[in-house]
Design a protein around this ligand. Structure first.
Ligand SMILES: [Zn+2]
Length: 200
């Protein structure tokens, strides 16, 4: 495998007795999930949830929007990847697909920039680079069982829903709305990431 060290986060619903049997899994305090090295993925098929593989290089994009709570101008950020492959299906099948994907040259994945949205887990090393630009970017709750990494207003601290930024017609980062000013900062993270997320 070309990328055996990529972190793969496991399902949140692993029975406690099973955790003891999963000797090569590790706890991530940032994401509150168990993770494994991609090299071990075939042993953990039963504990995988649908993922998206995002390919480097990654950029941090900043744009300005209006906070819906306090109506002030606020800078929000997004992570942009250079390509993506969604992987879903039954766990063991996913393990095989992901194992194969992490063994190909990344150039084989089509070059197409996308924003990562509703990201439930970030490799902590990448998250640190994002938070250097935006320290309010962290995991937030948007209703029952809907936790993901999101922006917040720097004035009133209200969380800012990814839906408003990326999927609403006048969302500042919506693809159908390319006219807004966006500032780009390269993120120095060279590995692909495999995360529970969506993309826009
Ligand atoms: Zn606000």
């Amino acid at each position: 495998m070309k990328y055996p060290g990529v972190k793969i986060y496991l399902s949140k619903d692993i029975p406690e007795e099973a955790v003891y049997a999963l000797k090569s899994s590790y706890w991530c305090d940032v994401n509150k999930k168990l993770w494994i090295h991609a090299a071990d993925i075939f042993m953990f098929g039963g504990y995988l949830t649908p993922k998206v593989l995002f390919k480097p290089p990654f950029n941090l994009i900043q744009a300005e929007t209006t906070c819906l709570e306090c109506r002030k101008k606020v800078t929000v950020c997004a992570v942009e990847a250079s390509g993506y492959v969604p992987v879903s299906g039954a766990g063991p099948e996913m393990a095989i697909t992901l194992g194969r994907l992490l063994n190909i040259e990344l150039e084989e994945i089509a070059l197409r920039t996308v924003y990562l949205t509703c990201v439930q887990e970030y490799p902590p090393e990448l998250l640190k680079m994002i938070r250097r630009h935006s320290f309010l970017f962290r995991k937030r709750n948007f209703g029952e069982d809907n936790d993901y990494f999101a922006n917040a207003c720097s004035h009133c601290k209200s969380p800012i829903d990814d839906f408003l930024l990326f999927y609403e017609q006048d969302g500042v980062l919506a693809r159908c709305n390319p006219s807004h000013d966006r500032t780009l900062f390269p993120l120095n993270y060279v590995l692909p990431i495999v995360v529970d997320a969506q993309f826009a």
